[in-house]
Structure formats: C-alpha cells, structure tokens
Design a protein around this ligand. Structure first.
Ligand SMILES: [Zn+2]
Ligand SMILES: [Zn+2]
Length: 364
C-alpha cells in the first residue's frame, strides 16, 4: 500500500510501501480515488503545527469503501464516500446539539484510531494518520463514522474537495455566520477556502462580495466565483475600500480565510458596528492578534471562529454534492491542476507559491 510519509518538518514527503492492517470494529477500509492538497497539511510539513511524526498526511478526499469491520452500519462495500476529518460519536454534548465538528466523545489522540491503536506500519514502525485519516495513500483504514456516502455520479476530484475546502468556506457563510440575502461581505484570501467563502456568499444571496488577495491570479478566480469587487492587497487598503463600498459604514460580514495577525485585525476593522467578523483560515499556532476591546464594545462587534465551516457532514456533504450536480456550486474551476501520488511534493510547491486554486492528487 503506497502512501506519502512525513518523517520530519521541512523535508519532502517520502512515497513508501506501508503495511496496513484491516479494519477492526467500527472501522472501514477505503480505496482513495482523489485527495486535495490543503494548507492544513502544509502547516504540518513546514512545522507550523507540531504533530507527532512520522505521519501520513492528507484529510480532504473521496473514495470507494472496500471492506468494513464488525458493527459498521453507515457504509457498505462499494459505497462512494467523502471523508470527514472530525469524528462523530453521536452521544457527546456537541453531537447532541448538532455541532459534531466539536465532538469530544473520544479521548484518544487525533492521529490514530478511536481505540488509540495504529493501522499503519513501515518496517515494523508505527506510522500515524493525520486526523485519523491520512489520505495521501492508496488506501485508508479509519473510523467508519468519519465516512459520508455520496451520489455515485459525483466525479472524484470534485468529491474530494467536499471533504475540506468547500464545506469550510461555504459553511462559514451558511452555518457559522448565517449571511442573509442582500448582505455585504468581505473575504480576505482567495485560495481554496476563500473562493468557497465567496461562492457561499453568492449562494446565500449576498449583494456585495468584496474579495481581497495579494495575487492577481487569485483575484481573477474570485471574480469567477462571484466576487462583485476585488481589492489587491499589494496596492490598496482593504479596510478603506470596504468602507468606500458601503457608504463609509463597513461591511455586514467579513471573513479571514488566511488566519494571520494582520488579516484578523482587518476583518474586525472592516465590519460595520453590529457586524460579524469570522476567522475561517487556520493560523499557525503561535499567531496572536491584538484586538481593541473598547472598539469591540463600542461598536457591538462580533468576532467568531469557525472550524470546518461549522457544518454537519452527514447533512451538508450530500447537499453540497447535490448543488454541484445541479450546476449551482463551482468545483471544476477550483481544480487548477492534478498530480499523481508520486508527484505530491510538486503539488505542495504549487500550493506554497500560490499557483493554484486547489491541486488534487488523483489515483487510478
Ligand atoms: Zn483542509
Ligand atoms: Zn460527539
């Protein structure tokens, strides 16, 4: 079973042949058909997030269920599935109130199975799986509750994106912020997630969608995904532009799809009094941003975070697939390039340099 192993930070991933144990109780084995290259994987490779290594990375993927262990009832062999990178115990406080993204029903580490054991070995050494998945691999054994069945006519690279970038971006608008028709929206960062915030705002009926990025090619993508105005962070002040476009007031909602000090402060400044600023992008763990409590209180501003777009995977993933198949959700345009697993380091180089909206690894 071929997979890409991250041995230590700031080194290329190594493609190696691993031993994989079959699924145990509550687990399934999935043949991966496509997996996206996401900034969250990059955070591990470049050492922003220090996780135990060696690890197979990858968490945005789709594939076919090949085999299930005992006591699995939500998927059967042959099902087409999208991986959800959060477990869903169904019993904890968060699962009970419909916020399964925050599920805390398991005490085991997030890089192994729910019972705390590992399914991957390389020359006898245990290899961890990012988010209990590790989809930069031909096959994945994972908790079956993290698999969401989808319609079989969904193409694979597009299905993979329904596992991270699309729900994270669209859900930030429709689930976390509840943007209403006619609203004004600012989106900072127009990569895989930011473009989906933009199309989420379009789907929600936002009237004004201002997109901001450093790179002109990303602003071009933003227009295609529904931005009504673009701001180049190279040459323009995004807060000033957001105010100019809203009669000096500021936008109703602003989203930071990057996750940095400057961008966090910009979204808080760019919203009108009573507005909502949402942190969507996952920052490096060390990032701090000094907000001004006085201005927050005076302007009755809301600053909130959203993880995974605050989605409910079992409900929202099939719905996103329906929207794509109905022609209302743009996914083809997100996939700038595809690679094979052997070319994965080239894929990360393209991500790092901002050449792509999304790069996807495709398997035969
Ligand atoms: Zn991701
Ligand atoms: Zn739970």
């Amino acid at each position: 079973m071929k997979a890409a192993i991250c041995w230590e930070p700031n080194k290329p991933l190594e493609i190696a042949d691993l031993d994989q144990q079959g699924p145990r109780t509550g687990e399934a084995r999935v043949r991966v058909k496509a997996t996206g290259i996401c900034h969250s994987d990059w955070h591990v490779i470049n050492g922003d997030w220090s996780l135990p290594l060696p690890m197979v990375l990858g968490h945005e993927a789709a594939g076919v269920v090949e085999e299930v262990g005992p006591d699995v009832s939500n998927v059967t062999p042959g099902d087409h599935v999208v991986f959800s990178f959060r477990p869903h115990c169904g019993r904890c406080l968060y699962c009970s109130i419909g916020r399964s993204v925050l599920c805390d029903g398991y005490k085991s580490a997030r890089w192994g199975m729910l019972d705390g054991t590992q399914r991957l070995r390389y020359r006898g050494k245990e290899i961890f799986q990012l988010a209990r998945l590790g989809t930069f691999a031909e096959r994945v054994v994972c908790p079956a509750e993290m698999l969401v069945p989808i319609r079989k006519e969904m193409p694979w690279p597009q299905a993979a994106l329904v596992g991270c970038a699309v729900p994270t971006g669209v859900g930030a608008v429709t689930r976390a912020a509840n943007v209403e028709a006619g609203a004004s929206v600012l989106v900072i960062g127009c990569g895989g997630v930011g473009l989906n915030v933009i199309q989420g705002a379009r789907l929600a009926g936002a009237r004004l969608i201002i997109a901001c990025d450093l790179l002109d090619n990303k602003l071009g993508y933003a227009k295609e995904f529904g931005a009504t105005h673009t701001v180049s962070a190279q040459s323009d002040n995004v807060v000033t532009r957001a105010r100019e476009l809203t009669e000096g007031r500021g936008v109703d909602y602003a989203f930071d799809a990057i996750g940095g000090e400057a961008t966090t402060l910009q979204i808080v400044e760019a919203i009108r009094p009573g507005g909502t600023a949402v942190i969507v992008g996952m920052a490096a763990m060390s990032v701090r941003a000094p907000i001004t409590p006085y201005a927050m209180a005076l302007g009755e501003k809301t600053l909130k975070g959203t993880m995974y777009g605050s989605v409910r995977p079992n409900l929202d993933f099939p719905r996103l697939v329906d929207l794509y198949l109905d022609g209302r959700l743009k996914l083809d345009q997100l996939i700038s390039r595809t690679w094979t697993l052997d070319q994965i380091n080239e894929g990360f180089e393209a991500l790092r340099s901002g050449q792509v909206a999304r790069g996807v690894i495709v398997f035969n």
